[in-house]
Design a protein around this ligand. Structure first.
Ligand SMILES: [Zn+2]
Length: 323
């Protein structure tokens, strides 16, 4: 989710520019990249952007060895409302497997928000330039009604995802590992991926929508240009990446695409997210579920489900990089 849980959800239609993909806001996340107070644009999906439905976009040609890979101890951090301990960036788990279908590939994993952001409101509320405008440096994210933070969720899934991708031979770069006092800012989240020359990037979130609004959706970059932002080169590959992730997420988790955004496709397109606008590598966001819905929250707080979520995301990325 993109903003503090106290922020009301705007519900205006975003009238996007006359480009291939219209910007469409949503409740909540977009995470880390949308402002806490009013920076969150609209909610009405304008154009669900992809011709690929999740159910039709997931070739299942994954090597069995990949999906059978064991998790590292770090990836199996327990569920709970407390923040998991940050892992050192040079932990042994950062090493990719010597071989595997993703050998030579670089995947950038962006755990949305930061559990410490709430303690640094001045820093994270600072406006940063996202090319097409300005946004808060970062946001706190949402939480379940029982207090399980989105930032904790996103970092846990990121660890699990990293372990799977590394087992398939990929080099994985995290934008942060819970080891910073706040942030990073959305601009830096994009920059880290760009400098790593990632072959794919994904930002992990969970939404903070209304109870009864359920399911996941993947956010694709709209075609935008302004200042340092020019998404033209990444729109199409990101669309492909998003479709693969959505399709595999359905398949592995059994979760349905969002019932409140994306018209059942599980896909949305936005032009207001700095993390996407400033990316020069194929990148998507995923909102894994709605933390404010009790049924979704039961899944999001379950470690076994989060492992499935990571598996689905990993399979989507693997399909994309193999395609
Ligand atoms: Zn978020």
């Amino acid at each position: 989710m993109s903003h503090g849980s106290v922020s009301p959800i705007a519900r205006r239609i975003v009238a996007g520019p006359a480009v291939v993909f219209l910007a469409a806001g949503l409740a909540g996340c977009g995470g880390g990249t949308v402002g806490m107070g009013g920076g969150d644009d609209g909610k009405k999906p304008v154009a669900a952007a992809s011709s690929s439905s999740p159910s039709s976009s997931s070739p299942s040609s994954l090597p069995s060895s990949a999906s059978a890979a064991p998790r590292t101890p770090q990836s199996a951090s327990p569920a709970g409302p407390k923040s998991s301990a940050p892992a050192p960036v040079d932990a042994p788990s950062d090493a990719p497997a010597a071989d595997g279908p993703l050998r030579g590939k670089v995947v950038v994993v962006d755990p949305g928000h930061n559990i410490h952001n709430a303690e640094h409101s001045a820093e994270i509320n600072r406006q940063v330039d996202i090319g097409t405008g300005s946004k808060e440096c970062d946001t706190t994210g949402t939480e379940t009604n029982s207090g399980y933070a989105e930032a904790t969720f996103s970092l846990d899934v990121a660890h699990r995802l990293r372990a799977i991708l590394q087992s398939r031979g990929a080099k994985v770069v995290l934008t942060h590992d819970g080891d910073r006092p706040y942030g990073p800012c959305v601009t830096e989240r994009a920059e880290i991926g760009n400098k790593a020359h990632g072959d794919a990037a994904i930002s992990i979130h969970a939404d903070g929508a209304e109870p009864g609004q359920r399911g996941f959706h993947v956010i694709l970059p709209a075609k935008v240009r302004g200042g340092a932002a020019d998404t033209a080169p990444i729109v199409e590959p990101s669309k492909e990446l998003g479709a693969r992730v959505a399709g595999n997420f359905v398949k592995v988790t059994g979760s349905a695409p969002s019932n409140y955004i994306g018209h059942g496709t599980g896909l949305d397109t936005r032009g207001d997210l700095g993390g996407l606008n400033l990316s020069t590598i194929p990148k998507v966001f995923i909102e894994c579920g709605n933390m404010r819905d009790a049924q979704d929250a039961a899944l999001l707080t379950d470690g076994d489900w989060r492992e499935k979520a990571a598996q689905g995301i990993a399979n989507g990325i693997t399909d994309f990089l193999h395609g």
